[in-house]
Design a protein around this ligand. Structure first.
Ligand SMILES: Nc1ncnc2c1ncn2[C@@H]1O[C@H](COP(=O)(O)OP(=O)(O)O)[C@@H](O)[C@H]1O
Ligand SMILES: N[C@@H](CC(=O)OP(=O)(O)O)C(=O)O
Length: 409
């Protein structure tokens, strides 16, 4: 019997009715002759509500206690789903991250998985159970509960699939696949039949919330066939794979965007050689993710470096940098909030110069000011005012004709 991992997100387990619907889908898969491991997220907006509760109690709750709180959400949905399966006559057992031995690094709120042996899950499957595992949570070597970052249940699912040698991992969500851009905000967004791991990884990293970036990273590394599909319909989903079967005639495959970006600008003494390294080492030590970095050195002036971080990291970033400014030889010159990042992604860009120029030209026509730019072989990102983010995404989706059907070449 092959093993299939099925992951259901918050909306898909958002009510008792939906949990019953999930149970029916799981039973269908089981009846096709598969062992099934189900990974669930917390019901509906539970995680958001838990965050709000914490914010009512404290303006800066400790990350450890946040993990204790947020990990409870998945425990509710996993046990309810196991009960729903049992009432239908299917033996089921729910497992927390600790019980599944999903070990993470000692980082709260955004931990990476360091090991998952899979034996505990396999033993339960071998006993004839459907296993329902809690997404999003893990345990450190010394027994502390951690979480994998918002949207991290996708990563739990792929990590389990890799650990137990599953034949595939299906992500069931509230859209029927990966679209050229977020269909909630971009007119004409079109569902993709398939997309390459690398393109999906860029889209996910650049804000396409449909998949957690690390899930894509693990799926690529462990060669796990990954599909995104709807939990509400039987529509075929989008397959994420090494090389898409259809050679796209489009240079750009998707547009992603991310709000709540903050730009920090730091100026430092030229004589102080190590400043640049020290600034970013200090931030890394505090697990503050830095995104776009632009450094400029103009003769006769103090060098400055600008970089972007997420809004939620701003106060911590300023605090840790200010604490060390004398010793590190720099000062925080400025910061700007209310920014967003809009990106175009496509592996065809590598052999097509002029894509960035076309992007900037369209943004100019739309009167969208570009504040920072970052490029890689398969993406171009721009930082723009947040209130222009959706307009910019729609304009770029239109500019690169992403609504149009792809033609095999
Ligand atoms: N390129 C994209 N394709 C499809 N959905 C996207 C894309 N970018 C963002 N999304 C958003 O991702 C949502 C699904 O992710 P999420 O809300 O985290 O679901 P779940 O709770 O099932 O994990 C969709 O409703 C959609 O608005
Ligand atoms: N419940 C967590 C983890 C998760 O993955 O959720 P979802 O699959 O609903 O995006 C969150 O809201 O971040």
């Amino acid at each position: 019997m092959g093993i299939v991992v099925m992951k259901f997100g918050g909306t898909s387990v958002g009510s008792v009715e939906r949990i019953r619907n999930v149970a029916a889908r799981v039973i269908r898969e089981r009846e096709l002759g598969h062992h099934v491991v189900v990974v669930v997220s917390a019901m509906g907006k539970t995680t958001d509500h838990l965050v709000e509760l914490a914010e009512e109690i404290s303006s800066s709750p400790s990350k450890r206690e946040m993990d204790m709180l947020l990990s409870t959400g998945e425990q509710v949905s996993m046990s309810l789903l196991a009960m729903a399966l049992e009432t239908q006559g299917y033996p089921a057992v729910s497992m927390t991250g600790w019980q599944a031995e999903l070990q993470t690094e000692k980082v709260h709120r955004n931990a990476r998985i360091v090991s998952l042996k899979g034996e505990k899950i396999k033993a339960r499957l071998d006993d004839g159970n459907i296993v329902v595992a809690a997404g999003f949570q893990g345990i450190t070597e010394d027994g502390e509960i951690t979480t994998l970052g918002r949207g991290g249940s996708d990563t739990t699912a792929v990590a389990i699939a890799a650990a137990i040698g599953a034949e595939r991992c299906d992500i069931y969500t509230d859209v029927d696949g990966v679209y050229t851009s977020d269909p909630r905000y971009v007119e004409g967004a079109r569902k993709l039949q398939s997309i390459e791991y690398d393109e999906m990884l860029e889209l996910a990293n650049l804000g396409a919330g449909v998949l957690h970036p690390r899930a894509v990273e693990y799926a690529k590394n462990y060669k796990i066939p990954l599909t995104v599909r709807s939990s509400m319909s039987d529509e075929e989903g989008t397959v994420i794979e090494e090389v898409t079967s259809m050679e796209s005639n489009l240079i750009v495959r998707g547009v992603a965007f991310e709000s709540d970006v903050v730009r920090l600008t730091i100026s430092y003494e030229k004589a102080f050689n190590g400043s640049l390294a020290l600034i970013f080492t200090t931030l890394a030590k505090h697990n503050i993710d830095v995104d776009i970095i632009v450094q400029s050195i103009v003769d006769g002036t103090r060098p400055t470096v600008s970089f972007t971080i997420k809004k939620e990291s701003l106060s911590e970033a300023i605090q840790v940098l200010e604490e060390r400014k004398a010793e590190l030889g720099f000062h925080v010159a400025d910061f700007e909030v209310g920014l967003a990042k809009v990106s175009i992604v496509g592996s065809g860009m590598v052999s097509n110069p002029g894509v960035a120029a076309q992007m900037f030209d369209r943004l100019r026509q739309e009167d969208v000011p570009v504040k920072m730019v970052s490029t890689s072989e398969i993406k171009v990102s721009v930082v723009v005012p947040q209130d222009r983010m959706i307009a910019a995404a729609n304009a770029l989706h239109d500019e690169f004709q992403l609504s149009e059907l792809e033609v095999e070449v």
